[in-house]
Ligand binder design. Structure first.
Ligand code: SDX
Length: 431
């Protein structure tokens, strides 16, 4: 942490406390309250962490007002256009874009870890066929700690590295197996002669009965979707991974916790909820009805894929995703996809409505992604698993950054207690 000469003064009951202020390389200044309770005997209060920095990090920066997203300083739109997912994985993990040799070595290491222990197949058999793929993935990822004991010691940098590669490499295999299990088809093994996105699509859609050629249009689109979802600073699931890791839990258990948190419809589950919402709307003439519901305080309905805690401008990922949706559907010959038309008209009407404009609610990463994934042949239940597949590298990068920090300590928030003060037990006959 950089030294600082700036400070804030907090006065409580006539006593003043100086709180150091840190200036980041980008973003708002940060008031250091680490010593506040010790000095002033008070807590700060910030449920939802709307004004709280939980850590320092050098991985990803978001400027919500400008609609900017940087990974190690590189803008997401440039990475989506010029890079590819495994290169972005390298950038997130190690901090710099790789040389050609470094990239080749990294891709080879990932490729050679894509198979899962054959015994893990038995885990899938224990689930009902109609289980949500996320339920399966939470269980199987957590179970990895029962198979890969030689990469669970978080104090060994080499084991941390091996666990990172294993998770990035095996998530596509596990996600594809979860899909195959729910559709009753045999598992398809990864192939070392395919790139990451092509391997994943083949494991999802190939069947033993015939040869399968990956459509390069879909493979490029899938790779771009994975790039767009890779990391996003201290979002709910990443914060879950960091908090789980702070107790010293093994990396597989921590990533399973991240998968569980991502599942929620306010977070990664929004891509599934968004497409289901667009289908419920069904046609552009029903859009005003749903916009009215989203604005109605008494109606819990929200426009899925809209709004964001940080972005108060366009989510730059949504912009790229929208372009990709147009491109992929055109290339697939899916002319005038009615759901895409509903999405575009809904966006247009919502953005011209003062309610959304005043609250700075814009489409987020989940608004268009489902349209592309459905065009690829995925059911809505697979949208969040694909988000989890991509975000694994973000979770792992943030986990490595935290574990390697000698200042790291267990996360243990306090509370504003509004319950009963001490009282004596009352025997049941006196109640
Ligand atoms: C992701 O954090 C990340 O970075 C997440 C993510 C990542 O990459 O990790 O970007 C991925 O999770 C994207 C968000 C996906 N979720 C959705 O699309 C679900 C719909 N959106 C919302 O539920 C909501 O916008 C959140 C959860 C995304 C953000 O919620 P906040 O920041 O807590 O905002 P809020 O709930 O306090 O809302 C502020 C106001 C409220 O109205 P008032 O009480 O002030 O009158 O805006 C309203 C809300 O009612 N509002 C919406 C709305 N989102 C917020 N109204 C209608 N439709 C919406 N979608």
């Amino acid at each position: 942490m950089t030294e600082t000469t700036k400070s804030a003064t907090l006065t409580i009951d006539g006593t003043s406390y100086d709180l150091p202020i840190f200036t980041p390389t980008a973003g708002p200044d940060v008031v250091d309250i680490r010593k506040l309770y010790g000095q002033a005997g008070v807590f700060t209060y910030d449920p939802g962490f709307t004004s709280t920095a939980s850590c320092d990090s050098t991985i990803t920066f978001i400027d919500g007002d400008k609609g900017e997203l940087l990974h190690r300083g590189y803008p997401i739109d440039q990475l989506a256009a010029k890079s590819h997912f495994l290169e972005v994985c390298y950038l997130l993990l190690y901090g710099e874009l790789p040389t050609a040799t470094q990239l080749e070595d990294f891709e080879t290491r990932v490729t050679r870890h894509t198979m899962v222990h054959e015994q893990m197949i038995n885990f899938f058999r224990g689930f009902r066929r109609d289980a949500h793929p996320m339920a399966i993935i939470v269980g199987v990822v957590g179970a990895m700690s029962a198979f890969y004991h030689d990469s669970t010691d978080i104090n060994d940098p080499w084991q941390r590295e091996v666990a990172s590669i294993r998770l990035i490499a095996k998530m596509p295999t596990i996600v594809a197996m979860a899909y195959k299990y729910t559709v009753g088809q045999p598992f398809v093994y990864p192939r070392n002669d395919l790139d990451y996105a092509s391997n994943f699509l083949r494991m999802c859609f190939a069947v033993p009965a015939e040869d399968f050629e990956v459509n390069p249009i879909l493979s490029r689109a899938m790779d771009r979707i994975l790039t767009l979802h890779a990391d996003h600073e201290q979002n709910a699931s990443t914060s879950t991974v960091r908090l789980a890791s702070s107790s010293g839990a093994n990396p597989f258990a921590c990533i399973a916790a991240g998968v569980a948190c991502l599942w929620g419809p306010s977070h990664g589950g929004a891509n599934q909820a968004c497409l289901e919402m667009l289908k419920e709307i069904g046609s552009v003439d029903r859009i005003p009805e749903f916009i009215a519901r989203a604005k109605d305080k008494d109606d819990p309905f929200r426009l899925m894929g809209f709004g964001h805690r940080v972005y108060k401008n366009f989510d730059p990922r949504a912009t790229v995703m929208k372009q990709s949706a147009d491109e992929v559907l055109d290339l697939l010959g899916v002319e005038n996809n009615p759901i895409l038309q509903v999405a575009k008209e809904l966006e247009k009407q919502a953005l011209s409505d003062p309610y959304f404009a005043d609250k700075k609610l814009f489409p987020n990463v989940d608004f268009y992604s489902g349209i592309i994934l459905e065009a690829m042949g995925f059911p809505t239940s697979m949208f969040t698993p694909i988000f989890a597949l991509s975000r694994t590298v973000g979770w792992i990068s943030q986990w490595k950054e935290m574990i390697a920090d000698p200042q790291a300590k267990i996360g243990r928030p306090r509370q504003l207690y509004l319950g009963e003060t001490m009282r004596d037990y009352v025997d049941i006959e006196n109640r």
